[in-house]
Design a protein around this ligand. Structure first.
Ligand code: GAL
Length: 698
């Protein structure tokens, strides 16, 4: 278990950077950047929707793109009706012209398949392809992603337009990447129509190997007399007077994610066949699209790409950004990935669309780069004058080029071009993480189904709470699957992994047995993949490694505060814990578990497993984490407040990216050369308020 360890605290305003040492095995990995066809620099650009503008604007667009350093645009994402104005009749001349113009200007294209928006003629001809929601409403047009994922008519039409595009542009010299659809599952994750119901039954027959008894057992259908005697009796979890069988709901979520994945796979296979050598992606919305199991999706794309929008009202929104970037890198298996969309300033769909402050867009962009992105793209190139997104910021705002946004866009483009030219090795580096955190979509789904012990149980909230403390401690996190390889991490954090498969439990257990330090938060290890409680006391799947039994869950009243020794404030949750080997580290001082264990530690094999049975406030979590770090041989990096430092290394080079989100000038200790200025730093690296510094380390 070798790992570059953070150094001990230095001073409150500096941080000694340890010499870059890639995790075991990682240094030998030879990456090839993003692997886009033709484009070898850091990708820079955005969604380009020329169809909203007259042709004279196209000329200006291309000229401005060159000025901004744009080298990649996403084109045609919502253009189905403009490419196929009536069934089987195609009009490609406008797209031909734009592809050629872009190529002449040296700009590459990420070409969309427009299947997120079937044309109005399609729904008129095939009304049965409209999606139906859980309440039985047939959904109408005027938006995007209103189609039934299981519809054979949709599949046929999507195949036809994808084939046409692939044949026409598959070897166009501007084409660098295929962009299938747009954010699958963003607007519509599931359909409940009869066609979907039949597809669900087929999916279930495959999952349960045609064994109806196995399904009845997995779903616990003896409860409330739900036993099925024929596959045809099974329905999607439609609106009922009350709670639908949770196992049925969980399988329906799995089915819905798989059904959309099938749509993606069908298009991808066409593109691979007709446009060989051009990679295929579809843009994720990682951590923000609950409906898709991206662990399953990630291995199906050639390039992992992600869209991220700040939760703009949050003062520390850059921590959520960092979390999403780290999770995207996890989905990419640690390899470089592409930030397909973010915004230059405000979006248009939040309750209050807060504009980015000067330099904020730059910090956001370079934070993604620091965490493994090899490209920085925006929604969108030119702000729309009409339609639902006319108040969304863009690279070219309504005010044109005499604007702060445009100046920041061109500055960033120039800096990325300099980085690409001077430091091409950066594109073949990987992020050096300190610890791992387990993330799981299925467990997220299961945990938040109705009728859990408390409505305050919230998966993402627990992940973010732990992640936020780790971020403040300057520790970089790799997100891993519950069954992923944990061996190289000194610490693995497991927030509320309610659904823990036996395989996952074995993985976590052997990690500890072999010397790892595990930290598990409450309501983990409770059920198997069918949402069935493990036999015996909770937490069945993790009882052995944690060395304890949870005799009873003790959820708290809304707003109820309890105290854990010495003076940690906590809320939401407590438990009656009976240690069976674990030592009690901290006890509840009051509340329903007063006097009982709150935080425990179990020496198991060569490692130790910690358990936190409540929701401590941030100071409390901070102090608990510091104890856990000691076991793991870690120490927080005492960086100046609200400063993040991330390192990308590989093939003998190491880059340090330091971002100062605060309004104070700070200094960190580092040695190397700043590629953007050529300045050599012989020990201290000043980072003015709000700025980013990139250093090639020595
Ligand atoms: C994304 C979507 C884009 C655009 C953007 C606005 O979710 O992919 O097409 O709508 O949001 O923020």
């Amino acid at each position: 278990m070798s790992q570059a360890r953070p150094t001990s605290p230095d001073t409150s305003s500096t941080w000694e950077v340890p010499p870059g040492a890639p995790p075991e095995g990682q240094g030998a990995v030879v990456l090839t950047g993003l692997g886009l066809r033709g484009l070898t620099s850091i990708a820079y650009g955005g969604d380009y929707n020329p169809e909203q503008w007259p042709p004279q604007v196209w000329e200006e667009d291309v000229e401005l793109m060159r000025q901004a350093g744009v080298n990649l645009v996403s084109l045609g994402i919502f253009s189905w009706v403009l490419l196929e104005p009536s069934e089987g009749r195609f009009t490609f001349d406008w797209l031909d012209r734009i592809m050629d113009m872009l190529h002449k200007a040296g700009i590459f294209v990420d070409l969309g398949t427009p299947t997120a928006v079937p044309p109005a003629w399609f729904f008129r001809a095939y009304p049965q392809a409209r999606p139906v929601d859980r309440e039985g409403h047939v959904l109408g047009g005027g938006y995007r992603q209103t189609f039934c994922p299981s519809s054979p008519e949709y599949a046929a039409a999507a195949t036809r337009i994808t084939e046409q595009l692939a044949r026409r542009y598959g070897d166009h010299p501007a084409l660098a990447l295929w962009h299938v659809h747009n954010e699958y599952g963003q607007a519509l994750a599931s359909c409940y129509c009869p066609v979907s119901a039949a597809a669900f039954r087929r999916w279930l027959r495959a999952r349960y190997a045609d064994d109806l008894a196995a399904l009845n057992e997995a779903w616990g259908t003896t409860f409330w007399g739900q036993c099925y005697s024929d596959w045809e009796e099974i329905e999607p979890p439609r609106l009922t007077p009350h709670v639908v069988n949770p196992s049925q709901q969980l399988d329906f979520m799995r089915f819905s994610s798989d059904e959309l994945l099938k749509c993606f796979q069908a298009e991808r296979d066409i593109l691979h066949a007709l446009s060989p050598g051009v990679p295929v992606t579809t843009n994720f919305q990682i951590a923000n699209c609950k409906g898709l199991d991206y662990w399953r999706w990630a291995s199906e794309v050639d390039v992992v790409s992600n869209d991220h929008y700040l939760q703009a009202e949050r003062a520390d929104n850059y921590i959520e950004l960092a979390m999403c970037a780290d999770l995207t890198r996890g989905a990419a298996g640690g390899r470089p990935w592409l930030l397909m969309e973010h915004s230059t300033s405000a979006v248009n769909w939040q309750p209050r669309n807060i504009a980015k402050r000067p330099r904020e867009m730059r910090r956001n962009s370079l934070a993604h780069l620091a965490r493994g992105a090899n490209g920085v793209m925006f929604f969108q190139w030119r702000a729309s004058r009409f339609g639902a997104e006319k108040f969304h910021s863009a690279m070219v705002p309504h005010g044109g080029t005499e604007t702060r946004i445009w100046r920041e866009v061109t500055e960033l483009g120039a800096d990325l071009a300099t980085l690409s030219a001077k430091e091409p090795e950066l594109l073949n580096t990987q992020v050096l993480a300190d610890i791992a955190m387990v993330w799981d979509w299925e467990s997220w789904w299961a945990l938040e189904l109705p009728w859990r012990p408390s409505v305050d149980l919230n998966y993402r909230e627990r992940v973010e709470a732990y992640y936020t403390r780790l971020w403040h401690h300057g520790l970089t996190v790799d997100f891993v699957q519950p069954t992923g390889d944990l061996t190289r991490y000194p610490l693995v954090v497991v927030p509320s992994l309610y659904l823990t498969t036996q395989e996952a439990a074995a993985n976590l257990t052997s990690y500890v047995d072999n010397g790892g330090t595990l930290l598990v938060s409450y309501f983990s290890g409770i059920v198997d993949e069918h949402d069935t409680i493990y036999p015996g006391s909770h937490p069945g799947a993790l009882r052995e490694v944690l060395g304890l039994k949870v005799e009873e869950f003790l959820p708290l009243r809304a707003g109820e505060q309890i105290t854990v020794e010495p003076d940690i404030q906590a809320d939401v949750w407590a438990e009656h814990i009976v240690p069976t080997g674990a030592e009690v580290v901290l006890r509840y001082l009051d509340g329903p578990a007063a006097g009982g264990p709150a935080v425990t530690r179990h020496r198991f094999g060569r490692g130790q497993a910690w358990y936190v049975s409540t929701r401590p406030d941030s100071a409390g979590l901070d102090s608990i984490l510091r104890r856990v770090y000691a076991d793991a041989g870690l120490a927080p990096r005492e960086l100046p407040p609200n400063v993040e430092v991330v390192r990308r290394t590989g093939n003998g080079v190491s880059y340090l990216i330091a971002i100062n989100h605060s309004d104070q000038d700070v200094t960190v200790l580092a040695r190397g050369v700043e590629p953007l200025t050529g300045i050599r730093r012989d020990g201290t690296l000043p980072i003015p308020a709000g700025e980013v510094r990139i250093l090639r380390e020595e």
